[in-house]
Design a protein around this ligand. Structure first.
Ligand code: TMP
Length: 219
């Protein structure tokens, strides 16, 4: 049976700087001749992109918000991510279910059990192989947000306490699954972050090669 592709996700609070590095990570993997799709959540499908517009801009109840995140995720997981992995392609996804644990579970204080139930229902025990958590103190994240965006969405408008809870929930995810996460200290320069990413990606690629001696996605 052909080897499954590797599922990589990128996470962090708004302003942590993850978006600056997505294209660079994709380019780095492509240089290794890895066949890769780049995608994002909420979004990644036509349905998901409509839901993204709704959930980022329309006021709504917390449970509605959470269900929309998972409705978009279900469509994305079943129609895009799983088929790509099954073909042996790698998937690089800007945010995934850890964001629901962090933002809805932590930031909005829904708690982890409700998110875990939806995760189980949609993903049935499957999920990312590796997650890069871009981590910065909130003061830096807020400064980056203020300088970067003219129109803040519903999440970017939240207060300091919301983002403290969100960041804390991300760290709880790391503690629960230390083998899956790579925490990137995203305070430094772009070069400094790229150095950390390069080291982690080299380990990931060689581990993946080691699973059966070939690199997934290589023609
Ligand atoms: P982005 O700005 O990184 O594209 O993400 C959009 C926002 O959506 C971001 O503020 C985090 C939020 N979000 C959640 O609250 N829950 C989720 O499950 C996901 C995927 C994103």
């Amino acid at each position: 049976m052909a080897q499954q592709g590797c599922f990589i996700t990128l996470e962090g609070v708004d302003g942590a700087g993850k978006s600056t590095h997505v294209a660079w990570i994709a380019a780095w993997l492509k240089v290794q001749e890895i066949s890769l799709i780049e995608t994002r959540e909420p979004g990644g499908t036509p349905v998901g992109e409509h839901l993204r517009e709704l959930v980022l801009h329309q006021p709504m109840d917390l449970r509605t918000e959470t269900l929309i995140m998972f409705a978009a995720r279900n469509e994305h997981w079943r129609t895009v991510i799983q088929p790509a992995l099954a073909r042996g392609q790698w998937v690089l996804c800007d945010r995934y279910t850890d964001a629901s644990f962090a933002y809805q579970g932590g930031g909005r204080q829904l708690g982890a059990p409700a998110i875990a139930q939806l995760e189980h229902w949609v993903q049935q025990g499957l999920g990312p192989d590796c997650t890069f958590l871009f981590d910065v103190p909130l003061e830096i994240a807020q400064k980056r947000l203020q300088s970067g965006r003219a129109h803040a969405d519903r999440f970017e408008q939240e207060d300091h306490a919301f983002f403290e809870r969100t960041r804390q929930a991300y760290h709880e995810r790391v503690q629960a699954e230390p083998g899956r996460f790579v925490v990137i200290d995203a305070c430094g320069s772009i070069e400094d972050v790229r150095r950390q990413l390069t080291a982690a990606l080299q380990v990931l690629v060689s581990r993946w090669q080691g699973r059966d001696g070939t690199l997934a996605g290589r023609p």
